[in-house]
Design a protein around this ligand. Structure first.
Ligand code: SF4
Length: 375
């Protein structure tokens, strides 16, 4: 099993908290799709012998691409890879791009899951972070996707937004539940160095939500979604039964994936590859027949730390017998010794060889994960 991730780096405007690679240079879109297909061809044997079961068009904003370019891209990927076993084909969209015509053409391409960046259902909160859609547009977009019969919609929400109260956050979660989406990803707003939001905080123009408020918001989120039937299957991800994201789950299971496009990452089981986060360099390299990516071979301790961090964030937890088989018995013994105080405090639970974060543990997961890292 393996996945393909395709990065579409275009955004019409920049959200103030965002540190993803994106560009407004939409005049390069046609050339970019051409480069993506050339890269696909150059790297078609990289994940050799694996069956691709998930395909994910992410960004940036893939829905900024005109429908005919999305079609050209998907058709070209089918010509390069064996994609007849795809179980999940996701596209990320922004609410203001969603129209019945777009959804119809996406369906015809075999897209069976739509992930939408909503972030908030409150117009003041949306304006504060420079989102370019309104709450009503997001609601209409979910209805539009449902009316078309796609039936697998994920939305992203952010809590801890500037001036956001606990009450307002709860109304956001209520609205998401009311829309009957199948999947919700919810993140606490983070202040990343180099973003406009970071600068605004430095200048005192925006105040970061307190830890207490963020914990209360996360607590409300977990209770409300659990009551509404969602499974909390990863720290930031909630799904109705049967609707966990297969593509993202494969990242958390260390399944190989091929990442195409500027700033995309790939993983073949031992090596990570990083494409340049520059549209210009990416297009130039590909036009010269070079694959443009830098490879990083992960040392055992790096893989150990990634595995601890990623698996512990999931509800399936961290199986220490896997740690023993990947890194030796000593690594598993050390890990269990370090985990013991957290087990005693009720922050980790132990079931056989598997450790999982408890509800209280989720609130302090960063500290727990840091402590369990390789010595
Ligand atoms: S739409 Fe997404 S990728 Fe684009 S600027 Fe906003 S958060 Fe970043």
């Amino acid at each position: 099993m393996a996945g393909i991730y395709v990065h579409i780096p275009y955004c019409k405007s920049k959200c103030i908290y965002c540190d993803f690679y994106s560009t407004p240079q939409v005049e390069t879109m046609e050339q970019y799709v051409h480069s993506l297909l050339a890269e696909a061809h150059l790297r078609s044997n990289e994940i050799n012998g694996e069956t691709f079961t998930t395909l994910y068009l992410g960004g940036g904003t893939p829905s900024v691409l005109p429908a005919e370019l999305i079609a050209r891209l998907v058709t070209g990927l089918h010509e390069t890879f064996h994609l007849s076993n795809l179980e999940e084909f996701t596209i990320e969209v922004n609410p203001d791009d969603v129209t019945p015509a777009l959804i119809n053409s996406l369906q015809q391409l075999g897209i069976n899951r739509v992930s939408m960046g909503v972030q908030s259902f409150n117009d003041n909160e949306l304006q504060a972070i420079n989102r370019r859609h309104t709450a009503q547009q997001a609601i209409n977009a979910v209805h539009c996707i449902n009316d078309a019969g796609i039936g697998n919609v994920s939305i992203d929400l952010i809590y801890g937004l500037p001036e956001q109260s606990l009450d307002s956050w709860q109304r956001n979660v209520e609205q998401a539940i009311e829309l009957e989406v199948q999947h919700i990803s919810a993140y606490c707003l983070s202040y990343e160095h180099g973003t406009r939001l970071w600068v605004m905080r430095e200048q005192g123009r925006v105040q970061e939500a307190s830890d207490e408020l963020c914990i209360a918001m996360n607590d409300a989120l977990m209770s409300m979604l659990s009551e509404a039937g969602f499974e909390h299957y990863e720290i930031s991800n909630f799904a109705q039964p049967g609707y966990r994201s297969r593509h993202n789950s494969s990242y958390w299971n260390f399944t190989p994936y091929l990442g195409l496009g500027a700033a995309a990452h790939s993983y073949d089981g031992t090596t990570r590859r990083y494409n340049p986060a520059s549209l210009k360099r990416y297009i130039e390299d590909i036009s010269q027949g070079q694959t443009a990516c830098e490879a990083e071979h992960l040392e055992p301790w790096e893989r150990h730390d990634e595995e601890v961090m990623v698996r512990l964030r999931t509800s399936d937890g961290l199986d220490t017998s896997l740690i023993a088989s990947h890194y030796g018995d000593q690594a598993a013994t050390t890990l269990l010794r370090k985990a013991q105080p957290f087990i005693n405090q009720g922050l980790l639970s132990q079931n056989g060889t598997t450790l999982t974060l408890t509800k209280q543990g989720i609130m302090t997961s960063d500290n727990i994960i840091r402590t369990l890292m390789w010595d």
